[in-house]
Design a protein around this ligand. Structure first.
Ligand SMILES: CC(C)(COP(=O)(O)OP(=O)(O)OC[C@H]1O[C@@H](n2cnc3c(N)ncnc32)[C@H](O)[C@@H]1OP(=O)(O)O)[C@@H](O)C(=O)NCCC(=O)NCCS
Length: 181
C-alpha cells in the first residue's frame, strides 16, 4: 500500500528486523517527544526489539494475547514508513471484534509521531487500513475515540466515519471499508 504525497511517499510495512535501525530511531524520537502512552503501550519495544517484533507477528496470528486485554483477537500491526526509510507512525487492525472491543477499541488503532502530524499521514494510514479490512471480508469498520481527541475525530470523519454511539467519554464510528486503489 503506498501513497504519493507532495514530497513524501508513505507505505504500510510489516514489522521486520530489516527496519531495526529505523524502528529504534522512531522509538527513541517518540520518547524524546515525551510520548509516554507510546512507551507504556509497547514495553517490550524498549527492552528487546527483536522479541517485540516477534510478538507482533504472534499477535497477528492470534497466538499472543495480552492478559489485560482478554478476550482479545488477532491484531495486525503495520509500521507507516516514509520514503521507504523512516517510520513515522503505526497502525493496528483487529478482526473479529469482541464485545470489549466493540465498546472501546474497534477495528483500527493508530499513532503518528508528533513531528509528522498534520501532514495527512493518519488519513493515508486509515484509508489503507480500510482497504485491508475490505480484503479481510468486512463491509464496515468500527472505530472508537475519546470525545477530547479532536485530531482523531477529524481523521475519522474525513475518512467517512459516521458517529453511531456515545459512551462515557467517547464515541463510536462506523466507516465503510474501501475498494483497492
Ligand atoms: C490522531 C492522529 C493519529 C492524527 O494524525 P495526523 O497524521 O496528524 O492526521 P492527519 O494529518 O491525517 O489529519 C486528519 C485531519 O485531522 C485534522 N487534525 C489533525 N490534528 C488535529 C488537531 N490537533 N486539531 C485539529 N484538527 C486536527 C487535520 O487538519 C485533518 O483535517 P483537514 O484535512 O480537514 O485539515 C495523531 O494526532 C496521533 O497520533 N495522536 C495520538 C494517538 C491517537 O490519538 N490515536 C488515535 C486514538 S483513537
Amino acid at each position: 500500500v503506498s501513497n504519493v504525497g507532495s514530497s513524501e511517499e508513505y507505505s504500510l510495512r510489516e514489522p521486520s528486523l530489516q527496519r531495526l535501525g529505523a524502528f529504534i530511531r522512531y522509538r527513541d524520537s517518540c520518547i524524546r517527544h515525551g510520548n509516554e502512552n507510546w512507551v507504556g503501550r509497547h514495553a517490550l519495544a524498549n527492552t528487546d526489539v527483536a522479541s517485540w517484533i516477534e510478538s507482533l507477528h504472534r499477535r497477528a496470528r492470534g497466538e499472543e494475547i495480552p492478559e489485560e486485554w482478554t478476550p482479545w483477537v488477532p491484531e495486525t500491526h503495520f509500521w507507516i514508513v516514509a520514503n521507504d526509510e523512516e517510520i513515522v507512525g503505526d497502525i493496528e487492525l483487529r478482526h473479529p471484534l469482541t464485545e470489549v472491543l466493540r465498546q472501546m477499541g474497534g477495528n483500527i488503532g493508530y499513532f503518528m509521531h508528533p513531528k509528522h502530524r498534520r501532514r495527512g499521514v493518519a488519513s493515508f494510514a486509515l484509508r489503507s487500513g480500510l482497504r485491508i479490512l475490505r480484503d479481510w471480508g468486512l463491509d464496515v469498520a468500527l472505530l472508537t475515540c475519546r470525545d477530547d481527541n479532536i485530531a482523531s475525530i477529524r481523521t475519522i470523519e474525513k475518512a467517512g466515519g459516521c458517529s453511531t454511539r456515545r459512551f462515557y467519554n467517547g464515541r463510536s464510528y462506523t466507516a465503510q471499508v474501501l475498494d483497492s486503489a
